[in-house]
Design a protein around this ligand. Sequence first.
Ligand SMILES: Cc1cc2nc3c(=O)[nH]c(=O)nc-3n(C[C@H](O)[C@H](O)[C@H](O)COP(=O)(O)OP(=O)(O)OC[C@H]3O[C@@H](n4cnc5c(N)ncnc54)[C@H](O)[C@@H]3O)c2cc1C
Length: 398
Amino acid sequence: MAVPGACRSPLRRAYDVVIVGAGVQGLALAYELAKLGVRDVAVLDRSYPGGGGSGRNGEMIRSAFGSREWTGLFDESLRRWRTLSAELDFNVLFSGSGYLVLASTPEQVERCRADAVRQAALGVRSQFVTAEEARRIVPEVNPDLALGGVYQEHAGFAHHDAVVWGYARAAARLGVEIHTGVTVTGVEVAGGAVRGVRTDRGDVAAPVVVNAAGGGARTIAEMAGVRLPTRTCRLEMIVTESVAPFLRPALASLELLGYCHQTARGEFVGGTELPYSDVSDSLNGTYTLLADMAAKFVRLLPRLAGVRLLRHWAGLVDQADDLSPVIGPVPEVSGFHLTCGWVYGFMGAPATGALLARGIHEGVMPELIRPFSVTRLHEGRLIQEGALVVAAEEGSAA
Ligand SMILES: Cc1cc2nc3c(=O)[nH]c(=O)nc-3n(C[C@H](O)[C@H](O)[C@H](O)COP(=O)(O)OP(=O)(O)OC[C@H]3O[C@@H](n4cnc5c(N)ncnc54)[C@H](O)[C@@H]3O)c2cc1C
């Protein structure tokens, strides 16, 4: 099968910009750079576009977070999601059918109430919902687990493969070369500036190199002599056979550390996490998580009992200590940029691609991405984002 947007010509020996990683971050950035008129952009991937976390994620999209940094960036992204299909001339199957973060204990209810107040103060459209309202939004939810929540009516989900293909094709139309099956094995640095990359298909010179390598980002940074304080973690998902529509919005549960939605074809798609981050670079799914997902989702949505699983897979994400992305230039290596540390990198891609492209093109990072610089991690200025549904401690599932 032809890989959407993939380049058939040989890899050239020099480009203006080389992006390592053809995930949604690398491809969105390439597309936006080309739109700004930057010529000779190459995206290199050892696998295929979307072969990393971008083709393995839960597809959930929202901007109702708790910090100024996150709400600013993700609200801009959500705005872009609404018109992304038209922008890319490719249907990314964005569904703005709502996103409910569900509270199941009095403490979680209070947390959601406070989040909604903070979100309103930050200009994000969301609402605190009572138990009754939560059950009205998701009538099939187990009432014991629905004591309230935060609802963002215009958030939702999109199809991850369609998003990757849409960006890849749109970027290729603008002249971006996407080279698959090319492994970056080194990053050339001389005189404090990046000079290009080494690959298993030869050296490639470039004055700008962007590390968008997802779970491989730390290794790429090390190749440039840069310490990236992140860790690689494994997440897992399941998809069931099609069932009649019963779940309209995207749904995340604070109690179960789970998130899910139902596709237009009727498949239920969901993932859960254990109370700790599964620090691993393995792409093998585990029985531990499979059992956890099955049990938790049947508890959350009892009508799933007896529904058959179609698929189960694992994917990797790169995580910083504050679980916030790492975006922008690396001060000690001129021309070397990062877009990594992404826990919610699917939903964040449309805004980040556009803003980072502008920053690289104009030499000044736009305000919305400036707080996510790598410097904050080295200086211990962590971003305080409390409205994530992810495990925070370290551990291992298997
Ligand atoms: C199970 C799961 C559920 C998730 N759910 C959500 C969700 O609901 N919403 C959300 O917003 N986010 C979610 N995420 C996170 C999201 O998928 C990632 O944050 C996002 O895909 C990161 O995109 P990326 O382009 O930075 O990295 P990736 O998509 O991982 O792409 C990195 C690419 O770099 C390539 N690469 C790595 N090393 C090299 C090398 N040496 N040479 C060449 N190429 C290399 C890889 O092959 C890969 O294709 C989830 C992730 C997983 C795994």
